[in-house]
Design a protein around this ligand. Sequence first.
Ligand code: SAM
Ligand code: SF4
Length: 344
Amino acid sequence: MPADALPVLNEPLTDRFRRRIRYLRVSVTDRCNYRCQYCMPLEHWERVPRHDVLTLEELAFVVGVFAELGVERVRLTGGEPLVRRDLDRLVAAIAELPGVREVALTTNGHLLDRQAAALYAAGLRGLNVSIDTVRPERFAAITRGGDLGRVRAGLDAARAAGFTDVKVNAVAIRGFNDDELADLAAFCWSEDLVPRFIELMPIGDLDFQGPEHVLTTGEILARLGERFPLAPDGPPSGVTIRGPARYHRVTAGPFAGRKVGVISPMTDDGFCETCNRARLTARGGLRACLANDDEVSVLQTVRGDAPREALIRLIGEAVQGKLPAHRMRDPATVPASVMTGIGG
Ligand code: SAM
Ligand code: SF4
């Protein structure tokens, strides 16, 4: 359908399957100071040219239009969002937008010790830090040079700055960290953090993502269950505006009452049914789904005439194109894009 034939949207933003879009994930850069083996290729990877990266003002403008259309939560991600200069300015601009209830960040934590206080002061409240292993040598290996000590310093700085309910994201990978999932959970609970295990997704066609490395949610819970008695927690669908994790709680022992989340894109058949997310990529593209390479360019629209009206049309086009479910289980339709550009 030509763009000018598309209707201007009525709030709230809802797709063809009656899923309301309330959560925008923004990849603020495709650059990263780590090179996680399951996320980023070492070579043959086309970086976004600098002039194609949306400025902080452009990003705030785009998020503002989404907020007008009913988006309430915004997560900044990447690449590594903390390598983007003046990120706190973007946080402040988004936090002030009418309708935005929470600004959150997903980070590898390497630069968090220097930035936590400024980000909190700017209005950032949601914080997820990615840690796949509590063993420093393994951490350096999976991230290709990362420093677990620095990440832990970042977590300390975050707590000192006032962040609460900090989540730790860990990708569960057979043959890498499947022997330490319980240790990872215990580390998080001891540090007053909430662990969340993510099933490995085949995004970007990397060797490390082969099916032999995928650990299912059933297996993740079984490994945890060997050390901690767990019971499901939260609504039956498990999915809320806050995101796709399903939670369990420890029912007995020294960690009784503590929570653990599992994110199951590969094994939960209903994973997409309640999806409320859209994504802005580092290339200034708008994606209705992490796992579908279809993308429309926000960049040209924002830099063109009547950007607000044009953007409303474009967002409508992208949201109407949202598929009922991802197709990552079919090897023929796994996304070719690199995760750092899309914003995991
Ligand atoms: N650099 C930041 C970080 O590592 O948290 C933000 C970007 S990273 C792409 C966001 C999340 O996606 C991280 O928790 C990372 O572990 C996860 N991720 C990356 N590649 C993945 C994959 N193939 N399958 C599942 N999760 C993945
Ligand atoms: Fe960088 Fe995060 Fe990807 Fe690791 S997971 S390479 S830290 S973007």
